[in-house]
Design a protein around this ligand. Sequence first.
Ligand code: MLT
Length: 250
Amino acid sequence: MTTTPIVLLHAFPLDHRMWDDVAADLGRTHRVLAPDLPVPVGEPLPDPSLEDAADHVAAVIRGAGDGPAVVAGLSMGGYVALALLERHPELVAGLALVDTKSTADTPEAAARRRSVADEVQAAGTVDPVRGMPDVLLGETTRSARPEVVERVTAWIGEQDPARVAWAQRAMAARPDRTDVLADFRGPVVVVVGDEDEVTGADSAEHMAAAVDQALLVVVPRVGHLSAVEDPAAVRTALAELLQRVHEPRG
Ligand code: MLT
C-alpha cells in the first residue's frame, strides 16, 4: 500500500457509490477516500456553495493523515476538486478531471438549476431529476445495458431531496476555475466518454489545453458517467496518474 491516498468525488445527483467499481481495484494498492458531498449524509447542510464541499474534502484528507492526495472528480466532483485546488492546493498531488468542465454556467443554465432546486424543494421528492439517466448515460449503455440504467436510476431515487436542491444551487454559483487549473504544477489527467452529452469533448479539450502535459483520455462507447459505464478504463487512467505522481517526469 503506497502512502498517497486517492480521493474520489461523485457526480450529481448521486453519492459515493458511483465510484464503487473503480475503488474496489484501486483499494488494493492505495487508500481510497470517497466522501459524500457536501457533508456526510445526516449532517446539517451548509449554505449552498461548492467551497464548503471542498473544505469538507480537505478535512477528510487531513483526517486520513497521509499528506497530499490524488483527487479525482467526476462532473460535480470535478467542480469540487477545482474548488479544493483553489482553497487547499497543498493537499492536491495530482488531479483527474472526469466528464467535467472548468468553466462556469451561463446565466441561463444557472437559472435552470435554481428552478430545478425550487421544484425539488417544493415537491419534497427527487421526481424532477428522476429521469436523469437519459442524459447521464451514453446511448450505448442506454440501449444495451439495462442493468446499468437500473442501478443509476435506483441511486437517484435514494437521494435526499434537500441534498439534490443544495447541489443544484451550489453548482449554479460556481465561478470559472480554468485559471486555477492552469496554475497547477502537478500531473493532470482529463477523461471523457465519447458519448458524453453533458460535458463532452469540447470541455475536456479546453481543460487539457489549459495545463502543461495533461493526459487526455477519451473512453469509447460511454456517456457522462464513465466511471460507472466503464470503470476499468477510468481505473487505468487513474493508475497512470498515480504513477506520474510517484515518478514525476521532467
Ligand atoms: C453531474 O454529473 O455532476 C452533473 O451533470 C453536473 C452538472 O449538472 O453540471
